[in-house]
Design a protein around this ligand. Structure first.
Ligand code: SF4
Length: 402
């Protein structure tokens, strides 16, 4: 047994029971690693790569990094220096806190009209392994003490728009305490293409039915070259950004993602992050960035996974370039638990969630076990020397495990 209060709580206990049990171990403000005035002392960093000197000066003085700076961070061999820089930047956002959420992923169907070349998940109607969940199966995902339900799926050829509205409404009515984070910008765009429901209208209807926020998927890499190569039928960068802009304008917060480690260049990765940064300057509606490592799976766009050192540099570059978004996720489902834990020293301040019943990453042979227990989440964060903070989907803090 690990030596902290959380271990007394079994995974099957209700959230209310957990909240009562841990009440007296919530952290006081002075435990979060940031001085009262929010000032974070810049560490002394031994820099061996001269290219990083000017970047560190900018970071220390709160200056914005350029695309060229971002590429240098991804290219450098000075691994520890970029980690320390990103860690310094992260402390300015959240001190030593690392967030996680008790959540489930619901993927209602894998039937999809598109055929993105990196996707192991989608099936055509009638193909072996194609599935469509019943409403009962979907409601079954609202088990236990979850706070967030993450809903994304294929672009189904015949499910009418009203079916999706009923889905959100029934899920919300069954568990109004669970925040529903549903439908990527690509799916919202598809409701327009297929059913002629414009994003302003679909998002308003979903919000009224119980949608709380939007996930960040479907962004992939904002590059016309990549779009043409890998996802020609999907919403392009300007459309993805437009839909998030609309959502933010309606008070719907969202996440953002980048899918890296396939055929994109470093410059394309950084340009993508800068487009996200620009939209965040405009709307302030992004809560978190999730850098998604491409899973080799069966698609074989690349023969090997991205090496862990490169994953960690990607987290650091994300933290340093995206200087206006609260959270950078070290997404353990795709990185694996060991690399995700190391990511907490490379600018990440979120481990995502417990993710029972997650299907998409595992269709691509991600090797992490689905459904990591809450206690393991707390333990992983503690093992990295950080302070676990359980949050809800909107980054309201629920419990600090200190
Ligand atoms: S990535 Fe999404 S849109 Fe593309 S084929 Fe897979 S499920 Fe369909």
């Amino acid at each position: 047994m690990r030596d902290f209060a959380f271990t007394v709580i079994q995974e099957s206990d209700s959230y209310m029971a957990m909240a009562t049990t841990v009440e007296d171990v919530a952290a006081t403000p002075e435990t979060i690693g940031v001085a009262d005035n929010g000032h974070v002392e810049a560490p002394d960093i031994l820099i061996s790569d001269p290219d990083l000197e000017s970047i560190w000066e900018k970071v220390k003085h709160g200056e914005r990094l350029s695309a060229e700076d971002g590429v240098k961070i991804l290219e450098t061999e000075d691994f520890s220096a970029v980690g320390l820089m990103a860690d310094y930047k992260k402390r300015q956002f959240s001190g030593d806190k690392v967030y996680f959420v008790l959540n489930r992923h619901l993927n209602p169907t894998n039937i999809c009209v598109l055929s993105c070349k990196f996707c192991d998940y989608a099936k055509k109607p009638g193909a072996e392994g194609a599935y469509e969940m019943s409403m009962e199966e979907m409601l079954d995902h609202l088990d236990g003490d979850i706070r967030e339900l993450h809903v994304v799926g294929g672009h189904h050829p015949t499910w009418p728009f009203e079916f999706y509205v009923d889905m959100i409404r029934e899920l919300h009515n069954a568990r109004p305490d669970v925040q529903i984070k549903a439908f990527t910008a690509s799916e919202i765009d598809y409701f327009w293409r297929r059913w002629k429901v414009p994003p302003e209208e679909s998002l308003a209807i979903f919000k009224e039915a119980g949608l709380s926020s939007m996930p960040g998927g479907g962004a992939e890499v904002f590059s016309d070259r990549i779009h043409k190569l890998l996802l020609p039928g999907k919403a392009k960068a300007d459309r993805w950004l437009e839909i998030h802009r609309i959502a933010h304008g309606m008070g719907i917060k969202s996440n953002c993602t980048i899918l890296y480690g396939h055929v994109e260049t470093f410059r394309e990765r950084i340009d993508h992050l800068i487009l996200l940064r620009e939209l965040q300057d405009e709307t302030g509606g992004f809560l978190a960035l999730i850098p998604l490592e491409y899973q080799v799976g069966y698609t074989k766009l690349r023969p090997r996974h991205t090496p862990p050192m490169d994953d960690l540099k990607m987290l650091a570059a994300s933290r340093l370039i995206l200087d206006n978004v609260l959270a950078i996720k070290s997404y353990w489902v795709m990185l694996g638990e060991a690399t995700a834990g190391m990511g907490l020293n490379f600018g990440a301040n979120d481990l995502d969630g417990t993710i029972g019943k997650e299907r998409i990453a595992h269709a691509a042979l991600a090797d992490s076990p689905a459904g990591i227990a809450r206690r393991n989440m707390v333990a992983s964060i503690k093992d990295a020397g950080r302070i676990p903070v359980e949050r809800d989907a909107l980054y309201n803090e629920i419990t600090v495990y200190n």
